[in-house]
Design a protein around this ligand. Sequence first.
Ligand code: ZN
Length: 391
Amino acid sequence: MKRKVVCMLMLLAAALFAWPVLAQNNEAGVRVIVIDAGHGGSAFPGAVYGGVKEKDINLAVALKLGALIEKELPTVKVVYTRKSDKALGKSLNEDLTARANIANEAGGDFFISIHANAAPKATSVQGAETIIMGESAKETKYNEEVLYDNNKDELIDMSDENTAAMVRAYIQNLQFTYGEYSEMMARIMQSHYQKGGRKVRTVKRQLLKVLYATDMPSVLTELGFMSNKSELAYMNSEKGQNAYARMLCDAVKEYVGHIDRLAGVSTPVVAAEPAPQTPAEEPKAQDSKAQEIAKPQPAVEKKVEPKSEDKVQSGYTIQLLASDKKISSKDSQFKSYRSKVECYVGGGVLKYKYCYGSYPTRQAAQRDLAEVKRSFKDAFVVRYEGGNIVK
Ligand SMILES: [Zn+2]
């Protein structure tokens, strides 16, 4: 019995410490970016002020951002959760899940959800802010009024004990996987909002369903406050939407540059076209700044050939147990999963990971997890690539 406990502790330790320093999604650099225009369709317009609907602002900026990325980072694939005015599900939960599923199925390396904020009771409040998945220790009363008014339905309900425990375990894992990348991107985005002359607020943590369900670094950004007249006018203007797309694209390029350096790869960058000369107000400085920011990234030392590992089989599986030595798949310790387990190699002392099943998405694996847990109560979902457990 005692031995079993020790084994389980070791398994847990191996699971916790086996995460590679570089999140698996980033090992080959950033290849797929998922852009999510928040809300959509007649059922989910988002905030509505002065006849302007949030869903329309979100979509306009999302499409402009995607077009810039496609032009300036030609090897990066852009995937949209929606390219038109439509909802992705009948209920809000379905809608949010569908967005995350699109991102996960596309194998996204990064997820950006675009929204606009509202503070009905404080119309002077303004500024861009970016939210990452997490539980803030002290949500101020102000936040509750301002943000929760707006995002309430999109937050995970933590009143259920089981959900809360699962979510908290997930957040703890985040620090070994995507957390720092999401935070890095959030900070970069905020700095580009500032460079673009926008008021900025801080990077926040919230328990947002859509971020929870995406299996990649992810952020939700609020461009500005629709409840603030001048920010609403800016967000609703062609000029403002172009500027937001520019700021976000520059942020994406900076983020990709960081990931490239970490991964020792190089993503080709095409310089941005100078902003079009609009006859009136467009300040001259804007042009030179756009060019300066868009200068090709400093060449990275190590050039790598285009990845051939697209061919490598990858997906999700359920890890039943780990061992420091090879075990026959017919071994009795696999109980009813005898001859059904695959052996993968992962980190830690117990490097042989015995797993059941192969699933395209984490959610799909999660659905079978409960059944597996009847026999292996510490089983959990992992991602594999080729014969390796990567997370
Ligand atoms: Zn929104």
